[in-house]
Design a binder for this molecule. Structure first.
Ligand code: ADP
Ligand code: SF4
Length: 683
C-alpha cells in the first residue's frame, strides 16, 4: 500500500554505491571510538537494523599527528586499527545499510597530548579548542602537505579494506585541517595554498581527488563541509565563501554532507533552535550540484522530511541525535507507526558524554550506549517471567519509564501519581523558555502506556505505606522524586544558611508551583546545570531584576558539556541579568543577602527583595523507608526505590533508572559488575 512517506524509502545512488533509502546517520561521536570497538559496532548495527540506510562512524583520526586525546574517537593510524572498524562495517552490512567512514586530520585542533607529535596547521598558531592547551601547531611546509596527502590516502585504503562503502573528506566544524586551510583566520600563507579562496581550497580539492583515486572505484567519496560559522564577516558564510566553495568543487565529491560550524551551532539544543534550523544555510546547494546532498536539523517529523525532499532541499535526511533517541525511527515511519517515534528533545546529554569521555547516553533512549555491554535493544525487552503485579508510585520520568517497560514485558502494572498531571518535574520545567521539547520525555511514555492494556494509571492518587499494604500490593517500585532543599545546604555550604526560613526565600519547587518572586531577585545557582540559568531567564522575562550568583567561574558551568554555556551566558547578558561568578550566598537578611567572593574571601551586601536557592535536593524517600519494615516482615515481596527518590540526578539518569528497574525486575541479583567491559587484551 502506498504511503505519503514512500519517497523517504527510495534508493539513492552515491557514486559507485547505492543507499537503500534516504535515512542517513551522519557521523557522530559516541565515546566508544577506538577504545570500545564491540560497543561501537553494536550501537551502529542497531541503527542499521532500525532502518538507517547509511550509518557512519565518528571522526576517525588518520595519523598520530592528529591525536585529539583525551577524547576517544575513531582511529586508523595504521593497519592494526582495521579490525576494530571492520567489526562495524560487518555489523552494518548485515542489515543492508551502507557504512560510512569520516576520515579526519584535526590539524590545529589536535594538541597531540598522547602521541606528543608536533601539531600541524596552515600557519604557526596556538592549538584551537576550549582547553586552552599551551601548545602551538607548526606551519606546514610543502613536504608536510605531501605527507598529509599520503596519510589521508593510506587511511582511505585502510577504510576500504575495513569494508566501508563511503569515505569522507572532512572539512567541517573547524575541527579539520582541510577547513583550517579554508579559514582566512588560520591561513596566512603566501604560497599556492594561501591567499585566494581557490588556493585555500586547494588542499580540500586535492584530498577529495586523492581519495577518489585511491578508493573511488568501489567507494563513494563524501565531503562534509560547514556552510557557515555564524561569525559574519569574520568567518565562512553561506552567502560568501561557503557558497563559493560549493561552486568551486560542486561535482568533485560523490556526496555533500552539509553542516554549520562550530559543533555548538551544528548540534544546537532545543533551548536555542527548532527542527530544521540549518535549512536556510544549505537550501541552495542542490541547485549548484548534481551530487546528492545530506543535511541535518534535528529532524523527527516525517512530514518535514518529505517536504525537504519534495522541495529539493536535500536528497538524504541526515540525523545524528534523532538516530540516537530512536534508532528505529525509519522502521517506524515505514510501518506507519509515526506516533511511536521517540523524538529527540535536543538536550545534548549525548554530546556531554563525548565531552566527558564516557560511553554515549541519551535522555530519551535509555538503551543508547548499553547495546553491547548490557545487551539492551531499544525495541525489544525480555518477556515477563512471572505473573507478578507491580505498583509503581510516582509518574515522573523514572516512574513512567519503569511502568512502560514493565508493561512492555507483559507484567500487570499500576502507576499511581499524586498530582493530576503526570510527568513529574520534567513536565513542569518544560514550561520554561526553550524547554518545551523536553515534554517529549513524558509524552512519548504516556502514549506508549495508553496502548498497553496491562498498565492502569491513577493520577491524583498520593499513596502512603498504609494504603499500599491495605490494598495488598506485593511488588512496589518507589519513584517519588526529590525536593529542593530550603535551607541552602549544598556544595557551597554544609550548614543551613542564616535567614533561609524568611518568606522571601524561594526554591525551584516554589516557582514551578506558581509561587513567584518579584522585584530584585538573587538566583543562587549552586546546581550549575541548566535550571539556574533557565529560571534566571524566566524571572527576567517576567520583569524581575535578576542577579545570578554562582561559585563556578562560568554561569551554568556544566552546560559547557552540552555545548550551551556561551549561548546561555549571551542570552542572560542580553536580558541584563547581573552575573556574579566565583561568589556564594552566605547569609540572607530582610532586604539584602551577604555574598562572598570565594577566591578573595571578601564579603559584601547585595540588596534584594527575594532569593531563589538552587542548592542540593533531598530524595522523597519517606515512602520507601516506611515500606522497608514491611519487606523485612514479608508483608511485601519486593521493594525498590529509583530515580530522584533514590538519589537526585539529571533527567537522563531518572529515565535510565526506570528502565533498569524494569529490566531487572524478577531477575536474580548479581554481585559482579552488571555489564561487560571491553578490556585491552594482553598478548
Ligand atoms: P523522577 O525524575 O525520579 O521521575 P520526579 O520528581 O520527576 O522524579 O517525579 C516524581 C513524581 O512522583 C512526581 O510527579 C510526584 O508528584 C510523584 N509522587 C511523589 N510522592 C508520591 C506519592 N506518595 N504517591 C504518588 N505519587 C507521588
Ligand atoms: Fe536527543 Fe538528548 Fe538523546 Fe541527545 S541525549 S539524542 S539531544 S534526547
Amino acid at each position: 500500500m502506498s504511503s505519503p512517506y514512500d519517497i523517504l524509502f527510495e534508493p539513492v545512488r552515491i557514486g559507485p554505491v547505492t543507499a537503500p533509502n534516504r535515512f542517513y546517520q551522519v557521523p557522530h561521536c559516541n565515546g566508544f571510538g577506538y577504545r570500545s570497538p564491540r560497543s561501537h559496532a553494536r550501537m551502529r548495527e542497531i541503527k542499521a537494523q532500525g532502518g538507517w540506510g547509511v550509518v557512519c562512524t565518528e571522526e576517525t583520526e588518520i595519523h598520530h599527528t592528529s591525536d585529539i586525546a583525551p577524547f576517544i574517537e575513531g582511529r586508523l593510524w595504521d593497519d592494526a586499527d582495521i579490525p576494530a572498524l571492520a567489526r562495524m562495517t560487518e555489523a552494518v552490512h548485515r542489515h543492508g545499510a551502507l557504512a560510512g567512514l569520516e576520515l579526519a586530520h584535526n590539524g590545529i585542533g589536535a594538541a597531540n597530548l598522547y602521541s606528543r607529535a608536533t601539531p600541524l596547521g596552515p600557519r604557526h598558531a596556538s592549538v584551537a579548542g576550549s582547553g586552552y592547551e599551551p601548545v602551538q601547531a607548526r606551519r606546514m611546509d610543502k613536504q608536510d602537505i605531501r605527507n598529509l596527502r599520503q596519510w589521508h590516502r593510506a587511511a582511505a585504503l585502510r577504510g576500504k579494506r575495513a569494508g566501508f562503502d563511503i569515505i569522507y573528506v572532512y572539512a567541517a566544524h573547524g575541527l579539520s585541517i582541510a577547513m583550517h586551510f579554508l579559514m582566512r583566520r588560520y591561513n596566512d600563507r603566501a604560497d599556492e595554498y594561501g591567499g585566494s579562496l581557490e588556493n585555500r581550497a586547494r588542499l580540500l580539492r586535492e584530498l577529495i581527488a586523492d581519495t577518489r583515486d585511491a578508493v573511488g572505484d568501489t567507494c563513494a567519496v563524501a565531503t562534509r563541509f560547514s556552510m557557515d560559522e555564524l561569525l559574519g564577516a569574520d568567518g565562512i558564510t553561506a552567502q560568501g565563501e561557503g557558497h563559493d566553495v560549493i561552486a568551486l568543487l560542486a561535482e568533485l565529491p560523490d556526496l555533500w554532507d552539509l553542516t554549520l560550524s562550530a559543533w555548538s551551532n551544528d548540534s544546537a539544543t532545543a533551548r536555542f533552535e527548532r527542527e530544521g534550523y540549518q535549512e536556510p544555510y544549505m537550501a541552495f546547494v542542490k541547485k549548484m550540484t548534481t551530487k546528492p546532498v545530506v543535511g541535518v536539523g534535528r529532524f523527527t517529523s516525517p512530514d518535514t522530511m518529505v517536504s525537504l525532499i519534495q522541495r529539493g532541499v536535500m536528497d538524504f535526511i541526515g540525523a545524528a541525535r534523532p538516530s540516537i533517541a530512536d534508532p528505529f525511527l525509519p522502521q517506524k515511519i515505514r510501518a506507519g507507526r509515526v506516533q511511536d517515534i521517540r523524538e529527540c528533545i535536543g538536550c545534548n546529554i549525548c554530546v556531554a558524554a563525548d565531552n566527558k569521555i564516557i560511553p554515549i547516553r541519551c535522555t530519551q533512549n535509555p538503551t543508547m550506549g548499553e547495546e553491547w555491554r548490557r545487551d539492551w535493544h531499544p525495541e525489544h525487552i525480555a518477556p515477563k517471567t512471572s505473573d507478578a503485579e507491580i505498583l509503581v508510585v510516582g509518574g515522573g520520568a523514572a516512574g513512567l519509564e519503569c511502568a512502560r517497560a514493565l508493561g512492555q514485558r507483559g507484567y500487570r502494572v499500576t502507576l499511581a501519581e499524586a498530582r493530576n498531571e503526570l510527568g513529574g518535574r520534567v513536565a513542569r520545567e518544560a514550561r520554561l523558555p526553550g524547554l518545551q521539547e523536553w515534554r517529549r520525555v513524558c509524552d512519548w511514555r504516556m502514549t506508549q502506556i495508553k496502548n498497553l492494556s496491562n498498565i492502569a494509571v491513577y493520577p491524583a492518587s498520593a499513596m502512603n505505606a498504609d494504603d499500599i499494604l491495605e490494598i495488598g500490593y506485593q511488588h512496589v517500585i518507589v519513584a517519588t522524586g526529590s525536593t529542593w532543599r530550603r535551607d541552602g545546604v549544598g556544595r557551597a555550604s554544609w550548614t543551613p544558611l542564616t535567614g533561609h526560613t524568611a518568606a522571601h526565600v524561594f526554591t525551584p519547587d516554589d516557582l514551578m508551583a506558581d509561587k513567584i518572586p518579584s522585584g530584585r531577585v538573587i538566583v543562587f545557582d549552586d546546581d550549575h546545570y541548566y535550571l539556574g540559568g533557565a529560571l534566571a531567564e524566566w524571572l527576567a522575562r517576567r520583569g524581575c531584576a535578576v542577579t545570578l550568583v554562582t561559585a563556578a567561574p562560568l554561569v551554568s558551568y556544566w552546560t559547557q558539556h552540552t555545548l550551551e554555556q556561551e549561548k546561555i551566558e549571551r542570552r542572560l547578558r542580553q536580558l541584563d541579568i547581573n552575573i556574579l561568578t566565583r561568589h556564594v550566598v552566605c547569609e540572607i537578611a530582610s532586604d539584602h543577602a551577604r555574598v562572598r567572593q570565594i577566591i578573595a574571601d571578601r564579603e559584601s551586601a547585595l540588596e534584594c527583595d527575594a532569593v531563589v536557592l538552587l542548592t542540593d535536593r533531598l530524595p522523597n524517600d519517606a515512602l520507601y523507608l516506611a515500606l522497608e519494615p514491611a519487606l523485612a516482615e514479608n508483608k511485601i515481596k519486593s521493594l525498590r526505590v529509583i530515580g530522584d527518590a533514590q538519589a537526585p540526578g539529571i533527567l537522563a539518569q531518572a529515565v535510565f533508572a526506570g528502565h533498569l528497574a524494569a529490566r531487572e525486575f524478577d531477575a536474580a541479583p548479581v554481585t559482579e559488575t552488571p555489564f561487560q567491559i571491553e578490556r585491552a587484551a594482553l598478548i
